[in-house]
Design a protein around this ligand. Sequence first.
Ligand code: PHE
Length: 351
Amino acid sequence: MSQEVADIIKELEGLVPELVSRLERISSQDEIESLRIDILGRKGKLATAMAMLGKVPAKDKPLLGKLGNKVKEELHTIFERAVEEQEERREEEYIRSFDPTLPPRYRYHGSLHLITSTINKITTIFKDLGYAVISGPEVETEYYNFEALNIPKHHPARDMQDTFFLRDGVVLRTHTSPVQVRTMQNHTPPLAAIVPGKVYRKDSDNTHTPMFHQIEGFVVDKGINFSHLRGTIMHLLQKLFGEHVIVRFRPSFFPFTEPSAEVDISCFGCSAGDKEPCRICGGSRWIEVLGCGMIAPEVFRSVEYDTEVYSGFAFGIGVERIAMLLHRISDLRLFYENDMRFLTQFASIEE
Ligand code: PHE
């Protein structure tokens, strides 16, 4: 056997032990990969040894070729096992570092405030009836808040509303009714709109907050009468409280509607045999939910509508009141204390 052939055999036979010992010293996937290139790559050690085959006598070639292939296969097998072992080690590492007793990471995404979702609910009912949804200023002039609504200066109704007076005839609006006037000034009938928004009154106890929400609604056209108002309110209350809600229209007074009514629903909190007065209705068996009426001629005159041609109805709903009734909430102030324990209870209510 020539010296050359012996050298090649030695070189080839040395590759497996070399790989095994180098693998022992490395751990990362990258290191395994560069080792593979060094040994099995196109210019790697195996390829270099096999290239020397060209120089040996033809009779020695089969033997060396066979040895080369055997070594190559062995090297491949060792590499495959090394990669597998590497993966197993990584998995074990992950399982070891995973602590199933840790608390989960909660992700609170936030949700609509109950007042907002109540407004949305009522708004949707009216949108389905074809009403427009509009808004108006919260800082309002006395003219729109009072005069144009037939509440003259020095009229006791101004005190009734516990107004926050700013300066120079400017107030925080005490109701959403001024938007009736603003809308009528800029549009001609037919009109059908609702106005959700904030209103302000100087009042604070467990049934009053200085800021609260109303939804004004009004319709103006030829031939609008009280039965349209009644049908609309019945539809609203049945949608909100269920088909079997019992509704009472009670004569009342608002300077801007004539005739006027307050609307009550029958109390669901008490029953005939109760000894204590019910906490929801105070024993009266009725719960007031809104004010309404036929728009007064004085209001139409202030926007120069012909009262011989047009008529209309209007109503004002207290949003907090509706939310309290729908969810049996007993203290109004809970809405504005922003206690997450309260607010998140309504997080899944449809929005
Ligand atoms: N604006 C009245 C209030 O705040 C409610 C109302 C609106 C009554 C429209 C009649 C018509 O109390």
